[in-house]
Structure formats: C-alpha cells, structure tokens
Design a protein around this ligand. Structure first.
Ligand code: FMN
Ligand SMILES: CCCCCCC(=O)C(=O)O
Length: 403
C-alpha cells in the first residue's frame, strides 16, 4: 500500500516549462503532507534520526533530491567524517553553572550560533513550505536565510513571522531580475544578501538524473521569468537551472551587487584562502565556507577541513560562517573552535520539516542548541568566546606549544 502510494507520487507531472508562465503550475503532488500513519511512531532523539523519518515520509524522488550529493558523493560523506576526525580537548573545574550561547551576526542578536541555511523547495516537504521553516527559526530566535529558489515568495515569508531573515541570491542571465529581487528583499525587511558563488551551473546529482527530478515553481520568479526547457530526460531541475543561471559571473560582479544595494553582502561557497582573500578585497561583509552540501563539485574538500585556511586569510576582517555536515552540537563546537562565528544547517532542517512540519524544524534547532550547551559545559566553556583553537585537536595538529 505504502509502496504503491510512493510510486504513484514519484512519477508526478513535470512542470510544463514552455508555457508563458512556467513557474505557476505546481507538480500535482506539491504541497501534500506526506506523514504516513504507522511510519512516524518512534520519537527522534537526535538530528540524525530525522533523516529516516523523512525518508519514510517523502516520495523517493523528493527524498533523494534533499538527501543527495554530486556524483560519487565522496564529499557528502567527507563533510560528516571530517568532523569525526576532530576531537575536543576539554578543560575541567571551570564554573559552567551558567551557559550563554548567544551571539550577534552582523549586529543581530541570536540565541545560538546556529542559522538556517538557504535550501530550495520546502513545499516538497510540507504544504506550508518555507512559512513553517521561518516560524520555527523565529521560535528558535535565529536567522533564516531564504533561498532564491523558495516555493513561498519572499513577501509571504516576510509577513508570516518576525525571524531575522537574509535573502540568498543567484545571479541569473536576466540581471535586471536579480536586481529586482534584491530590491524586493530590501523592501521586505531582509537584512543581508547571501550571494551563492559555487553554482555557475548545477552539479551532477545522479539520483536526480535517475529519478528524472521535476522542476518546481520558484515563487520569487513568478511572472518574471519564463524558461523553455526542452530536455525530456535526466533532471528537469538541472536543465531548468542551467538555462536560468549566468555562468559568466566573476569577482567584478560583487561590485555590481554592491552598487545596487546597501544591505550587507555575504558570499557563500568559499573553500580556499585565495578566494577568501579576493572576497575580503572585494568588500564583502561575511564569508560562508560551503561546498553547497556536497551537491556541486564532488571531491571538493569537506568544509571543516578548510575552515582554518579561510579564517587565517580573512584575519578577522569579516565574520566567517560554515555549513556542510553539521549534525551535532559537538560539530558546532568544533567549527567555532576553528574560527567560525556560526554554522548553517541544511538537510536536517528539511528532514525535520518533512517529518514533523514546523515542530520538526523547531526540534532540530533545539536539539542542536541543547547539544552545544552540553558540549560547552563539558568542555569548560561557559560562553561562546571561551571556545578557542586549543579546545580541538585536528588530524594535522600543529600546536606543539600547547602540549
Ligand atoms: C535540498 C537542498 C537545496 C539547497 N538549495 C540551496 C539553494 O537554493 N541555495 C543555496 O545557496 N544553497 C542551497 N543548498 C545548500 C545549503 O545552503 C547548504 O550549503 C548545505 O545544505 C549545507 O550542508 P548540510 O545539508 O550538510 O547541512 C541546498 C541544499 C540542499 C540539501
Ligand atoms: C530552479 C531551482 C533550482 C534549485 C536549485 C537549488 C539548489 O541550490 C540545490 O542545491 O538543489
């Protein structure tokens, strides 16, 4: 019965990309809630548990889209395993009766250094889509970065909750439309623009190719952009996206973005000291060390393995954030010890949303916060600023003075 249900909605209609307004029609299954009776009984005790719940709750095509990475998924595994190779050097007999996890990012206070990463298409998980995620971010007193490719519009999200929101931008071939989106984000109270730099074209996600992943309506582009995708095989999403994106964007285009907005600009997708230096010289206000959740270039390094390289290049001039493979409070702790100001969470938020809606996202964020709190207690760090490089040991440990 369950199998039949999933098979049926795994072959949902493709979007008709060649109509005048290609983004208006949703796949027939979009917006359904997939929590299937009898499959959701076990209560998750950590963020990883949500992955299995989401697998049970979603059609295979959608689950694979959320969970998958590029090609051999080497980097996907590495994002997690690189955290496992770092150990924590705890200090004892420190007063940890009060733990304060709060920080500020670009001047905005948040309850803990854990933000919601921009991820596309929350309506594949649940009917309310990004509105539910935004409410959960507000409840957790953290920042939500809304994806360019969201399935609720930035205006809908803005009016649904009072979370501090940033807007993630791709620069498309239609520069005028990118500019319009930035202006809309400014008008609707988004506090920063996060420019994704690692996606001149979409990576090869082989699960999506096999599943013939559908396109979905990018709500922010409704009525603005019509893209004719003729390809009838492989990932429709990939074909659509590659048609839309401007693969010729260069460092000079940061100047263009700067010229059209007063909002702070963060650049997402930096993995080397060379690019970190260029980003700072280009005047960005923050850097996100990211390999796009291992969905773009397979064999790109695990993000936590290159974090220090970037942090050293940036020399404290702008905040450095990290995403990719953060699944535990100890991962957050490790990233902070290596110099990140905060981390972003991608898939666990989507899995929480698919499994248990807004409450699931709240639980995911609360679990990570609770785990960070206990990690800080047991490592002798009552405040975020107490977490230092000497609290972790990396595989290439080079701090003999501390031994
Ligand atoms: C299903 C999915 C959709 C994503 N969509 C976007 C997007 O629209 N824009 C973007 O900059 N990054 C996107 N990302 C990448 C995330 O922002 C983030 O870099 C990544 O998910 C972090 O890794 P994690 O999933 O291991 O936490 C997406 C990731 C996933 C899994
Ligand atoms: C036209 C929608 C394309 C969404 C791509 C979102 C994304 O970045 C991803 O990793 O998937």
């Amino acid at each position: 019965m369950l199998h039949a249900f999933i098979s049926k909605i795994s072959v949902v209609n493709y979007l008709n990309f060649s109509t005048h307004s290609p983004l208006k029609a949703a796949p027939s299954s979009l917006g359904q809630n997939y929590n299937i009776k009898g499959k959701m009984s076990s209560e998750p005790v950590n963020v990883n548990d949500f992955k299995e719940l989401a697998r049970n709750a979603l059609p295979k095509m959608y689950y694979d889209y959320y969970a998958g990475g590029a090609e051999d998924e080497h980097t996907l595994r590495e994002n997690i395993q690189a955290f496992h190779r770092i150990t924590i050097r705890p200090r004892v007999l420190v007063d940890v009766s009060q733990i304060d996890m709060s920080i500020t990012i670009l001047g905005y206070p948040i309850s803990a250094p854990i933000l919601v990463a921009p991820t596309a298409a929350h309506k594949l998980a649940i009917r309310e889509g990004e509105l539910a995620t935004a409410r959960a971010a507000a409840a957790a007193k953290t920042i939500m970065i809304l994806s360019y490719s969201s399935t609720c519009s930035m205006e809908e999200v803005a009016s649904s909750c009072n979370a501090v929101r940033f807007f993630q931008l791709h620069i498309s071939k239609r520069r005028d439309i990118s500019a319009l989106l930035v202006q809309r984000a400014e008008r609707f109270g988004y506090k920063a623009i996060v420019l994704t730099a690692d996606t001149p074209r979409l990576g090869r996600r082989e699960a999506d190719i096999r599943n013939k992943m559908i396109g979905f309506p990018v709500k922010n582009l409704e009525g603005l952009m019509s893209i004719d995708v003729k390809s009838d095989h492989g990932s429709k999403l990939e074909a659509y996206y590659n048609e839309m994106l401007d693969a010729s964007i260069r460092w000079e285009d940061i100047g263009w973005l700067r010229s059209i907005t007063n909002l702070p600009i963060l650049i997402k997708g930096i993995l080397t000291h060379e690019d970190a230096t260029k980003a700072v010289e280009g005047g960005v206000d923050g850097i996100i060390v990211s390999n796009h959740g291992a969905r773009q270039l397979d064999f790109a390094p695990a993000t936590v393995s290159v974090l220090e390289e970037v942090v050293h290049a940036v020399k404290g001039k702008v905040p450095v954030l990290l995403d990719g493979g953060v699944r535990r409070g100890t991962d957050v702790f490790k990233a902070l010890a290596l110099g990140a100001q905060a981390v972003l969470i991608g898939r666990p938020v989507l899995f929480g949303l698919a499994a248990k809606g807004e409450g699931g996202v709240r639980t995911v964020l609360e679990m990570l916060k609770n785990e960070l709190e206990i990690s800080m207690s047991l490592s002798g760090c009552p405040c975020i600023k107490d977490i230092t490089r000497s609290h972790v040991r990396t595989p290439d440990h080079k701090l003999p003075s501390m031994l």
